[in-house]
Design a protein around this ligand. Structure first.
Ligand SMILES: Nc1nc2c(ncn2[C@@H]2O[C@H](COP(=O)(O)OP(=O)(O)OP(=O)(O)O)[C@@H](O)[C@H]2O)c(=O)[nH]1
Length: 258
């Protein structure tokens, strides 16, 4: 469709107006009719333009609303992709991403904790009670960490706390406080007196591979389980690098807290 088709009536009115103007002997009536036609078309064009503007304003508003909803949905999806839907903390993928991000420019202490005998809780009281224990554990973790570090869930009943720029000694103290807070109070969702957890900690310098940091913390956790549970164990192999000869390193692995 070209402009002439779209404005056929207006073009005709305009052409007859030009005809009248170009005539030396055009009468007053001819001028009046040409002007009248132009006025009618001009009026119609104004009305149509107003209608189009109103319609395009409405469409723009609808588009803005849709864009807003799309942005909300994108950030909800992004949040869901990075968080555990049972407890709301970072999920395994996000823990790894975040830790690798920190390690690019910071040293990092990592706490890995695992609820003791969680299978028994599930077996004796059912999966929904087990789920409630997981949620309540996260609440206790949050309140005892009081904003320090970032909590993640890396497996069924295994959680992590990322502590960038926190020394191993401080991380051990933090883990001890969390351990005591969990063991000290009864869980409201669980009729037995105590839920406990075991803790493994590693410290890694900037640029350390997170798989390595996680592996060392997990090995320390295994040791905590092996040594009786409800306890904190820290990997000190990295610290030993500066003080021990290679021969000694082969024999030394972990330190144990009381
Ligand atoms: N309720 C619930 N249970 C889960 C979930 N994910 C994993 N589990 C359960 O967690 C339990 C883990 O059991 P185990 O690996 O034997 O560990 P544990 O009984 O805690 O024993 P220790 O770790 O050695 O003290 C299994 O019974 C899993 O079914 C979950 O999302 N909700």
């Amino acid at each position: 469709m070209n402009d002439n088709d779209l404005f056929e009536a207006e073009t005709a009115a305009l052409n007859s107006a030009y005809d009248v103007i170009s005539k030396d002997d055009a009468s007053g009536d001819e001028y009046r009719i040409a002007l009248d036609n132009l006025a009618k078309d001009f009026h119609r064009l104004m009305r149509e333009t107003r209608r189009l503007i109103a319609r395009s304003d409405r469409k723009e508003l609808e588009l803005n609303t849709l864009n807003f909803k799309l942005e909300q949905l994108t950030s909800e999806l992004d949040y869901k992709a990075r968080h555990d839907n049972l407890t709301g903390v970072l999920n395994r993928g996000a823990v790894f991403d975040q830790a690798e991000h920190y390690l690019k420019s910071n040293p990092l202490s990592l706490i890995v904790l695992d609820i003791d005998f969680f299978k028994r809780i599930n077996d004796e009281f059912g999966h929904p009670t087990g789920d409630a224990v997981l949620r309540e554990l996260v609440k206790k973790l949050k309140s005892s960490l009081n904003g320090v570090g970032e909590i993640g869930r890396v497996g069924g009943e295994e959680f992590t706390v990322l502590l960038p720029n926190i020394s191993l000694d401080d991380a051990i103290e933090i883990a001890e406080n969390v351990r005591l807070a969990i063991a000290a109070e009864t869980f409201t969702c669980f009729p037995r007196p105590h839920v406990t957890a075991s803790f493994g900690i590693s410290w890694s310098d900037t640029n350390c591979d997170f798989e390595n940091a996680y592996g060392r913390a997990d090995a320390a956790l295994y040791k905590a389980k092996h040594n009786g549970r409800n306890r904190v164990e820290a990997d000190i192999s990295i610290l030993q690098l500066t003080t021990l000869e290679p021969q000694q390193l082969a024999n030394e692995n972990f330190s144990t807290l009381g």
